[in-house]
Design a protein around this ligand. Structure first.
Ligand code: MAN
Length: 346
């Protein structure tokens, strides 16, 4: 329903150099995005895996003194039902290790990818990788919420950059299981807000929650805000996308829905400007779903997943999205068009 800028990726795996001689890039996807000076900056997730020697696939993990490799049977690796994870000696491993890498552009379409990583997984809570960052600009810098993955689970970490060259870690702010967190770009009534996605139990399905904080580090007053709708697009789980966009009529939220066949699509909600715990509108049909070949086939098929968008001064909105966990696609719309879609008038 929104218009793609291209029917092919704007960035693909050949555009990115590996971060280590023993690794190869298998995905460049799910970018965070922001406007910084006169450039559009993407904070890419780069997924890498090891090489095959003597019938063994070498899966990278982070150890205190650098990257280590766990060797698994290549045939078992090739036959995985879900290519994202593998069971090894009673533990689940990810088949790739992700880091964050910057790409910069003057026109928002042609990006050059930096040769060096922006944020490499280094801490024990990141030993299986850092993933899917959301960027929110405040007066004191760009705040980045990202997923830290380790044998202890999946949690939300916070970092800050004041120059989009270097980045400083501020620690894990929401412990496992939690991911898909995005900060609102300004405090409301003196409090910061964030959307996030706690893990689910036997009761309930993975849903979007809202929390408050005095300082962006300590979070409380957690409430479940949006639950999966029982339809063909989001009946398995949902999670928030990029930072909410402020409009005169409310906070515009882009989120992903995953259905029972693991197809990922993009949806919208509108939250009250002064009380974001109040949901004003929500789409019933996706605004983007996997249709192009690069969205249907890749590393994990049938995925459009967005955690980065930018609003241009003329109220055009560029949506950067991960396609099939392999490449980056881009779409363009306007605040007006998105408002029409979320109100059901699109
Ligand atoms: C997860 C997300 C993304 C990924 C999708 C599809 O839910 O965290 O990293 O794009 O799965 O594999």
């Amino acid at each position: 329903m929104i218009t793609r800028l291209r029917s092919e990726p704007i960035l693909d795996i050949d555009d990115v150099h590996p971060s280590h001689p023993d690794l190869r890039v298998i995905g460049v996807f799910n970018p965070g995005a922001c406007l910084w000076g006169d450039e559009t900056v993407l904070v890419l997730r780069v997924a890498e895996t090891g090489r095959v020697h003597n019938g063994r696939m070498h899966i990278p993990v982070v150890k205190p003194d650098g990257i280590d490799f766990i060797a698994v049977d290549e045939k078992e690796f090739a036959a995985l039902a879900d290519p994202r994870e593998i069971e090894h000696e009673g533990h689940i491993l990810l088949t790739s290790l992700s880091h964050l890498r910057l790409a910069k552009s003057r026109d928002g379409v042609h990006f050059s990818v930096e040769a060096q990583p922006f944020l490499l997984p280094q801490l024990p809570l990141e030993s299986y990788g850092v993933e899917d960052v959301r960027c929110t600009i405040f007066d004191d810098g760009c705040y980045l919420t990202y997923t830290g993955v380790s044998p202890d689970g999946v949690g939300v970490c916070l970092a800050r950059s004041t120059d989009m060259r270097k980045v400083e870690r501020l620690g894990m702010i929401l412990p496992p299981e939690n991911k898909d967190a995005a900060l609102f770009p300004r405090p409301i009534d003196g409090r910061y807000y964030a959307l996030h996605r706690p893990g689910s139990s036997l009761l309930g399905k993975p849903s979007i929650w809202l929390a408050e904080s005095p300082d962006r580090l300590n979070w409380g007053n957690h409430r479940c805000l949006l639950r999966p709708q029982q339809n063909d697009w989001e009946d398995d789980k949902i999670g928030t996308g990029p930072e909410p966009l402020e409009t005169p009529e409310g906070w515009l939220v882009l989120y992903h829905g995953c259905n029972r066949d693991s197809v990922y699509s993009l949806h919208l909600a509108l939250l009250d400007l002064e009380n974001p715990f109040r949901v004003l509108h929500r789409t019933r049909e996706p605004i983007l779903w996997p249709q192009e070949p690069f969205e249907k086939q890749g590393f994990f098929p049938n995925v459009v997943f967005c955690n980065g968008w930018v609003r241009l001064p003329d109220d055009r909105v560029r949506i950067y999205y991960g396609a099939a966990d392999r490449s980056v696609g881009a779409a363009e719309t306007t605040v007006e068009e998105l408002m029409g879609l979320v109100k059901g008038k699109g």
